[in-house]
Design a protein around this ligand. Structure first.
Ligand SMILES: [Zn+2]
Length: 466
């Protein structure tokens, strides 16, 4: 242990004075007021909002609140018309949920396998799918619409297996059947007990099922090309609602005003869970994602005051991200402007606490290496770096991905250091580092202004577009 140095009172006084000077300086420079950040966080992440559960009335209140903040900042409403016929700052989204009345099944040749017995359905986006059996060999491409059968090595990392199954579906397979691994077997009862449902009408079926060892052995003996059918009786469609808060700042430049940048977050979280162990049942979601929503509100306040940016900005806080990205999917499918005018999207997620994996004051951008947007913003002063947790696949885990999958250059700004309060009731206001959060939002003001006042159009790095 090294010796602790003693300071003379005079030197200590000089140090204190120097620190005060530094604090005074940075407070003067900040475009973002910590008091606003605290005020908005307290409302969104306080117990009164009951964790803003996806699709609940509390989510709706969060959307109305954010909308009224947008209004106060001087944005134009971009939501639906209210009862007085005037446009509002809230967009109501209808979710149509389908579910199977009984257990769906997979039929291969003459054999039938039922969910919960011989197999379990991992995901289904459609009530029916069919395709010719393709017993998968390493390095092969799935045939379009095929029902691909995969036997992973028992020692393969389950996450890597899931990813490769996902990529089979995105490159053309309609059904993927995978032999169980010990991890899935250990979780079998849980998977078997799930009620299988899906929303909306998918363009193309994408079904993923796990076959028990015995079932996989049966399928292995079938000929390639054997007809595979997935399906079951559907229950009546159930509809529910979710809410986006949405406001717009029209661009000031004749030519550039038609181009749009979207700054976004998700306003929902996990709500109240009565079966949560311990006394606290409210999942406040202070970091996830009240913090990002406050960033969007504060950027709206700053950008709407003073000189108006040349490009148009949409500020959108999405509903039901936690339940499957329903708010952002609706937005992406019903863009309020031509898609070719969509320049970029920055989503703000979990910036309430610093990440020890990067330098103090730094934020990271998911998928930084996938486009030239992050590097270009960094050149303009953004303290943005590469995501230090690539194994977490954060690029795919927020609303930015909904847009990125449709070709839009879209990333998430974050400083989530994998803290253990993630998706727990303990993600609360008292864990928020307001100095870090205020500085983080402030650090994005100048670079975002630059983006809004330039004709730079970000592009994907070749081969890196999702
Ligand atoms: Zn979350």
């Amino acid at each position: 242990m090294i010796i602790q140095l003693r300071r003379s009172p005079l030197i200590a006084a000089v140090i204190v004075a120097a620190n005060l000077f530094a604090i005074g300086q940075s407070a003067k420079k900040s475009a973002i007021d910590e008091r606003n950040v605290r005020a908005e966080m307290q409302f969104l992440a306080g117990d009164a909002l009951q964790g803003r559960g996806s699709g609940t009335q509390f989510e709706r209140i969060a959307a109305e609140y954010i909308g009224s903040q947008f209004m106060q900042s001087g944005l134009e409403p971009a939501g639906e018309n209210g009862s007085d016929g005037r446009p509002t700052f809230v967009q109501t989204v209808t979710i149509n949920r389908n579910s199977f009345a009984g257990n769906p099944s997979v039929k291969v040749g003459g054999s039938s396998f039922e969910h919960g017995k011989e197999m379990v359905v991992m995901r289904a986006n459609s009530g029916a799918a069919t395709g010719p059996l393709q017993k998968f060999a390493q390095g092969e491409k799935p045939k379009d619409g095929a029902a691909v059968f995969v036997r992973p090595k028992q020692e393969d990392d389950p996450r890597a297996v899931m990813q490769s199954l996902q990529s089979l579906l995105s490159s053309g397979a309609s059904i993927v059947m995978v032999e169980e691994t010990p991890q899935w077997r250990a979780n079998w009862a849980n998977l078997a007990g799930r009620r299988i449902g899906f929303t909306g009408g998918a363009a193309k079926p994408a079904i993923m099922v796990i076959l028990s060892l015995e079932t996989a052995a049966v399928v292995e003996k079938m000929e390639n090309g054997t007809k595979v059918e997935f399906g079951g009786t559907l229950a009546p469609v159930q509809t529910s609602l979710t809410w986006n808060a949405i406001g717009k700042l029209p661009g000031s430049d004749k030519r550039l005003a038609s181009e749009v940048v979207v700054l976004s977050s998700h306003l929902d979280h996990l709500g109240v869970r009565e079966n949560n162990p311990g006394a606290d049942k409210i999942f406040n979601g202070a970091d996830d994602d009240a913090s990002g929503s406050v960033a969007v509100m504060e950027l709206a306040r700053v950008l709407a005051s003073g000189k108006r940016p040349m490009r148009t900005v949409y500020f959108v806080c999405f509903g039901s991200e936690e339940a499957g990205g329903y708010g952002s999917n609706y937005f992406a499918d019903n863009l309020p402007f031509p898609k070719e005018k969509f320049v970029a999207n920055l989503q703000f997620e979990m910036i309430g606490r610093p990440d020890a994996k990067v330098k103090p004051g730094e934020l990271w951008l998911t998928g930084y290496e996938r486009s030239n947007l992050g590097p270009e913003l960094a050149k303009r002063g953004a303290r943005l770096v590469q995501d230090p947790h690539p194994e977490e696949n954060f690029f795919q885990r927020s609303d930015n991905y909904t847009l990125a999958r449709r070709g839009i250059v879209a990333h998430t700004v974050s400083s989530f250091g994998l803290h253990t309060d993630y998706h727990r009731a303990s993600d609360e206001l008292k864990t928020i580092d307001f100095v870090h959060m205020t500085r983080s939002i402030d650090s994005m003001v100048k670079p975002v202004k630059w983006l809004l006042n330039s004709n730079f159009r970000p592009a994907w790095v070749p081969g890196k577009q999702p």
